[in-house]
Design a protein around this ligand. Structure first.
Ligand SMILES: NC(=O)c1ccc[n+]([C@@H]2O[C@H](COP(=O)([O-])OP(=O)(O)OC[C@H]3O[C@@H](n4cnc5c(N)ncnc54)[C@H](O)[C@@H]3O)[C@@H](O)[C@H]2O)c1
Length: 428
């Protein structure tokens, strides 16, 4: 099929490339001309394992191309909307990019009025798809489908090719049939429902995962005073098939481009309808205080951080991505610098973006180098290269062998035996 994808960020680029791999003819559209230039030359503007290579292959096979002009997609039978829906100043989802994209689709339709499916993949508040369908009603032959995305950054391509489920919110059988043809190569359970249900499934999924993380983070605080080990507790809980092991790891809080903005957008949406989601409010509160709690643990060991060198390992909001949106590392760096600490930081991919926000920190190019002369080291993002380290060398290089493992990923027992002072999250 001929497909256009509006927005070539994490979701749009992954969607475009995975559809090309399935044999569709894809045109990726973005307002960012520099991004389009990079993509047209076979270079991915984002770090996502495997994406660069497949992009080159698809360009080579003429399965994908890129442009700033949607009008080049005259023959597209399906147009995906994958633009950002960031948090607006009032916490609601900012739909201005989506509105602009819909206007472009209306213009395309004026120039080439063919039967076409508009697929909203961006995460949007309940009612947005119905509103879009109403606003495009003047364009006969346009069907609006809600098809939320569940990919995880760091394994985005794999997730797009092997989705956990395909959610399609539509009000016409023709639109559902087109979606079935489009995704015919994918093996996943389907949920065909209304646009509003599809939209709420996306927000509810993210809110629930965020809730599991905050639950474990509170349990970690309790574990710290009880002298129990939250990693053993979560393991024992996760073996219950009703609970499962995913998203039960205590840490320094969730971040990224989705959970923070989607939880507040869901709260705002509920409030607009006179409903209070008290549990979700608490989830956000716990998450906001988790890095503060973590830094307090550090301050108990080093009451005066002024002038002390602190190593910070990992800056991206999670491993295998360059995304620093709402990354906990940003809060940790801000707190350390406010206390007068000298920060030496390492991240294999995201250091440059963080350096633009925190130019006073030192950025090193090898993980072990961050520990040299450090009075303590903090693991913020569990990249493999930040976890598998030469501990013998590190012990010799640190001013004080004090480790704060914000992801419970360093080898606790081995480190204690080797003479490190080790503190994880909720581990006695
Ligand atoms: N990043 C994720 O892990 C993820 C996962 C699932 C769902 N989502 C949702 O998918 C949507 C996109 O997220 P993202 O992380 O890919 O965002 P992003 O910021 O990485 O990419 C958005 C892209 O859209 C482009 N854009 C904006 N307005 C445009 C317009 N009018 N025409 C053409 N291009 C335009 C921007 O230049 C940018 O390249 C959001 O609603 C997000 O909540 C994201």
């Amino acid at each position: 099929m001929k497909v256009a994808v509006i927005g070539t960020g994490y979701v749009g680029l992954t969607t475009a490339v995975s559809l090309a791999m399935k044999g569709h003819e894809v045109l990726g559209i973005d307002v960012d001309a520099a991004k389009i230039e990079l993509l047209s030359n076979g270079r991915s503007p984002i770090y996502e394992p495997g994406l660069d290579q497949v992009l080159l292959e698809m360009l080579g096979q003429s399965k994908i191309r890129f442009s700033t002009k949607l009008l080049e997609a005259k023959e597209a039978q399906v147009v995906f909307v994958c633009v950002g829906t960031p948090e607006a100043a009032d916490g609601e989802a900012d739909l201005s990019y989506l509105h602009a994209a819909l206007q472009d689709i209306a213009s395309l339709h004026e120039h080439s009025p063919v039967e076409r499916i508009v697929v909203i993949k961006s995460t949007v508040p309940v009612g947005t798809g119905d509103w879009a369908a109403d606003s495009l009603r003047r364009c006969n032959q346009l069907h609006v489908v809600s098809n939320p995305e569940f990919l995880r950054e760091g394994c985005a391509l794999e997730d797009a090719l092997n989705p956990s489920r395909i959610i399609v919110g539509a009000d016409s059988e023709e639109a559902v049939a087109v979606m079935q043809t489009l995704y015919s190569g994918l093996s996943a359970p389907w949920v065909i429902t209304t646009r509003a249900n599809a939209e709420l499934i996306k927000y509810a999924s993210n809110a629930y995962l965020a809730a599991r993380i905050s639950f474990m983070n509170e349990l970690a605080r309790l574990s710290t005073v009880l002298g129990t080990d939250v990693t053993v507790v979560s393991h024992g809980m996760g073996l219950d098939s009703r609970i499962g092991p995913q998203f039960l790891r205590a840490g320094i809080g969730y971040g990224g481009s989705c959970f923070p903005k989607d939880t507040i957008a869901l709260l705002k949406l509920a409030n607009q309808h006179g409903v209070t989601l008290g549990l979700l409010e608490k989830v956000r509160e716990v998450n906001a205080s988790q890095p503060v709690w973590f830094i307090e643990q550090l301050a108990q060991k080093i009451p005066d951080l002024s002038g002390k060198r602190i190593a910070v390992l990992g800056l991206a909001f999670k491993p295998d991505t360059d995304d620093i949106r709402e990354a906990p590392a940003l809060r940790i760096l801000a707190a350390l610098q406010a206390a007068g600490a000298v920060v030496s930081a390492y991240d294999p991919i995201a250091a440059k973006a963080v350096a633009a926000l925190f130019p006073d920190a030192e950025y090193v190019t090898a993980p072990e180098a961050a520990f040299v002369g450090a009075h303590a080291a903090v693991l913020v993002t569990e990249w493999q290269e930040c976890v598998k380290l030469d501990w013998k060398l590190i012990k010799e290089q640190m001013e004080r062998p004090l480790l704060f493992d914000g992801r419970n990923a360093w080898p606790c027992d081995e480190l204690k035996k080797a003479g490190f002072e080790y503190q994880g999250v909720g581990r006695s």
